[in-house]
Design a protein around this ligand. Structure first.
Ligand code: B1M
Length: 210
């Protein structure tokens, strides 16, 4: 397996100027796009998370790392297709209210889009009523909720409750994901599916849309 230490260090160090070139170099050296994403970029964010928790990295540095990761993903984007675009479903995706994390959610959005589904990415900090409005306005078939904080996981349940109360529950499949989310939590709050990563989320969405 190629050594991704240089790439990991570039993300951790927030090397905005160098990251795209380094990702391209890994690709030119024959690296696989998914492997570069997982071992080079996502693995680096896990280290960033550990350093954040231990107080060795602060929010501005974490934001630089996050932006570097985004620049790296841009290079990989055309190569990260999950399958040929043949779907016809409409998907609404967003990070729940109170939560500002969007890197993973954007990866999920990108991978679902690459399956040919129509994706409406609402952004971050999305209140339940905005999910409901968007499901109604877009006539969505699937809604994807993302949460990265244990403190915002209950907002997933509140969002599902709002969808039920709106009378739209039968119209949509509800998928949930994000680092602290589990299958048992998804079952507990009444979601239709849990996806641990962007690849499985896109396969699940494609299955629901079929
Ligand atoms: Co924050 N943060 N953060 N953070 N942050 C975590 C999540 C944390 C684990 C770090 C830590 O302490 N170890 C911790 C949460 C602890 C907890 O609740 N258990 C934490 C904290 C505490 C906080 C703050 C409270 C810090 C503070 O202010 N004191 C604060 C909260 C702000 C808020 O949201 N209200 C905060 C802020 C931030 C930044 C803004 C600085 C920045 C976010 C920038 C951005 O997103 N634009 C940030 C970052 C970058 C992180 C870490 C380091 C990296 C997250 C990430 O992007 N990972 C993170 C540590 C970590 O996760 N290791 C951490 C890479 C990404 C590709 O993975 O998002 O897991 P992930 O997505 C995956 C899967 O989860 C899944 O697919 C994706 C791709 O495979 N997935 C889905 C995600 N969404 C899905 C939806 C689906 C399906 C699958 O729908 C169906």
């Amino acid at each position: 397996m190629p050594d991704y230490k240089e790439l990991n260090d570039a993300v951790i160090g927030g090397d905005l100027a160098g990251i795209a070139g380094m990702v391209q170099k890994s690709l030119d050296a024959g690296g696989d796009a998914s492997e570069i994403l997982n071992q080079g970029l996502i693995a680096a964010m896990d280290i960033v998370g550990e350093r954040m928790e231990s107080g060795d990295m602060f929010i501005p540095e974490v934001l630089m790392a996050a932006q570097s990761m985004g620049k790296g993903v841009e290079v990989l984007k055309p190569l990260l297709k999950e399958g040929e675009g043949s779907g016809s479903g409409k998907v609404v995706i967003g990070t729940v209210k109170g939560d500002l994390h969007d890197i993973g959610k954007n990866l999920v959005s990108m991978m679902i889009e690459s399956c040919g589904l129509e994706v409406h990415n609402l952004g971050v900090d999305i209140p339940p009523e905005d999910f409901v409005k968007s499901i109604r306005d877009k006539n969505a078939d699937i809604v994807c909720l993302s949460a990265l904080l244990t403190t915002t996981m209950p907002m997933m349940k509140q969002t599902i409750d709002a969808i039920v109360e709106s009378g739209l529950r039968d119209q949509v499949k509800i998928m949930v994901g994000g680092a602290p989310v589990t299958q048992s939590f998804a079952d507990e709050i009444g979601a239709d599916g849990f996806a641990a990563d962007a690849g499985s989320a896109s396969r699940m969405a494609k299955g629901f849309a079929a």
